[in-house]
Design a protein around this ligand. Structure first.
Ligand code: MCA
Ligand code: AMP
Length: 464
């Protein structure tokens, strides 16, 4: 299969949390998985940060199925939504608790084949359905085709000079684009060895001896807080940051400690990576670079007009390219694009005359980026409102030195006693652990405008 071509051609070793698998054994175990799920159009994977997840995803792709990674920390409501909405027929996973009847994955299992006999799915077949939060409602499934994933991975390989000589290191979750598509499939497609550290701890990054490192800004900021670990990254070739804005002081500190000016890149679950600085080019703090191969961007004003690329005008960023989603699961293709084919990112940007892009914010306060995770305020509010002690809830992102933004809830109680910890744990158990509010403020009333809509800008709290 084209998506896995580097795995066959260059036979990289994949290691996760200290357990390694040769390319040959990975293909053999994955082929056994492909036989297990043969005939299923959509396969869910309990996406723990393990070797089993790598084998399960590879096997399901070999079988030609669309893979649905289920967040490892998802609670029952979120898990059930993802399984129902995606229509997954089978779940691959080894934990009995979360899923009714998962098909187990054995990384040591040998199959007679290497998946070579599995017919390559057509480019327009869906490879992944990735669930991601919107401003309201439950997460939406983003359908990414094989052709889109291949184009997205090839574009970043060109920008970052990613080759089979690289050893990729990261410890990001395996249920999002960053950790799974770039961080696992990228290595399998480009044939570079992969060391996944299980969790993205600075010491583990330092010990891994990679050439190419991925991290979200929170990870880079934590690496900088451990100077010995940061200095151990000096021999690397490239440090890449993404998923949220990299604060300029973290960029500078990383440079001082590691000798590397990090490559910053911008993307979305719906678009993969569309803008990046380059391995062979300049890197500027606070800027995300230029469009990668095949991508066009527009800067659009509130009235729909094209804004000047003068480094000053702020507009909504629209993107187009071969790596964009096909559609949201269950929705028509037209719902994901403008009539002339652009994807509206919802991010506010400035573009310089030299084509460099700077992301300056989001058009909605209802999407929060906490530790690089995209969290919909509406989803957390809906979860809080199912708690019997909660009458009203409003959720915002409050600037946070470590996490970028901290999910912060303002709650009016129904007169029943309830504590902050109860509500945090309630959301962690109901949705996903990473969507839990970090702080809950109990208030008598929520500020509302004349229409009764909560005025979220008035809820912005102090720097935590
Ligand atoms: C804490 N824990 C709890 C609770 N509170 N468990 C149950 N109930 C609770 N109330 C546990 C957690 O399970 C976890 O356990 C531990 O405490 C720490 O929680 P966590 O929230 O994970 O820790 P953190 O320190 O806040 O995490 C920071 C992080 C994380 C490691 C940077 O935010 C992260 O991994 N971020 C990456 C997000 C990402 O990959 N985004 C990409 C989106 P345990 O330790 O056992 O796990 S894709 C994207 O954005 C696009 C395409 C792009 O551009 O890349
Ligand atoms: P997700 O769908 O989880 O992939 O989140 C996508 C969002 O992350 C984008 O719409 C941006 O708001 C944000 N994002 C990703 N990369 C960057 C970056 N380098 N700088 C600023 N924001 C980013």
């Amino acid at each position: 299969m084209r998506l896995l071509e580097g795995l066959r051609a260059h036979a990289p070793t994949v290691s996760v949390a200290g357990r390694a698998l040769s390319a040959e054994r990975l293909l053999s175990a994955a082929t056994a998985v492909a036989h297990d799920v043969h005939g299923a159009a959509t396969v869910a994977v309990d996406a723990t940060p393990t070797l089993e997840t790598v084998v399960a995803v590879t096997g399901a792709l070999l079988a030609g199925a669309a893979v649905v990674p289920v967040p490892a920390d998802a609670g029952p409501a979120e898990r059930e939504h993802i399984l129902r909405d995606s229509g997954a027929e089978v779940t691959l996973g080894n934990r009995p608790g979360p899923f009714a009847a998962p098909v187990p994955v054995d990384v040591g299992r040998a199959s007679t084949g290497s998946g070579a006999g599995c017919p390559a799915p057509p480019g327009d077949a869906v490879a992944f359905v990735m669930y991601t939060s919107g401003t309201t409602g439950a997460p939406k499934g983003v359908e990414l085709t094989h052709a889109a994933v291949e184009a997205g991975l090839d574009a970043v390989a060109e920008a970052w000079a990613w080759t089979p000589e690289d050893r990729l290191v990261h410890g990001l979750p395996m249920f999002h684009v960053h950790g799974l598509i770039l961080g696992v499939l990228g290595a399998l497609r480009h044939g570079s060895a992969l060391t996944h550290t299980g969790r993205p701890h600075p010491a583990a990054y330092a010990a891994a001896g990679g050439t190419l490192y991925f991290g979200v800004p929170t990870v880079w900021s934590r690496v900088c807080a451990e100077p010995a670990a940061a200095r151990a990254l000096r021999p690397a070739r490239l440090l890449v940051s993404g998923s949220a804005p990299l604060p300029a002081p973290v960029f500078e500190r990383l440079y001082a400690l590691t000798g590397h000016r990090p490559v910053e890149r911008y993307g979305m679950t719906e678009t993969l990576i569309t803008i990046s600085s380059r391995a062979d080019g300049e890197r500027r703090p606070g800027q995300v670079g230029v469009p990668v191969a095949g991508v066009r961007t527009r800067l659009v004003g509130d009235d729909g007009t094209e804004l000047p690329r003068d480094g000053e005008a702020i507009g909504e960023l629209w993107v187009d390219g071969p790596m964009l989603l096909r559609r949201y699961r269950g929705q028509p293709e037209s719902a994901a694009r403008t009539p002339d084919g652009w994807f509206r990112t919802g991010d506010l940007a400035r573009v310089g005359a030299d084509g460099w892009h700077r992301i300056v914010g989001r058009s909605s306060t209802d999407l929060i980026k906490c530790g690089g995770y995209r969290i919909g305020a509406g989803e957390v509010e809906d979860a809080l409102l199912t708690h019997p002690a909660v009458r009203e809830a409003a959720v915002v992102g409050v600037p946070h030195a470590d996490l970028g933004e901290a999910v912060t809830a303002f709650v009016v109680t129904a007169g029943v006693p309830v504590g902050e910890r109860d509500l945090i744990d309630f959301v962690a158990a109901h949705l996903s652990v990473h969507k839990r509010p970090r702080v809950v403020h109990f208030v008598d009333v929520l500020p509302r405008n004349a229409m009764g809509k909560v005025q979220k800008k008035r809820l912005a709290g102090p720097m935590l």
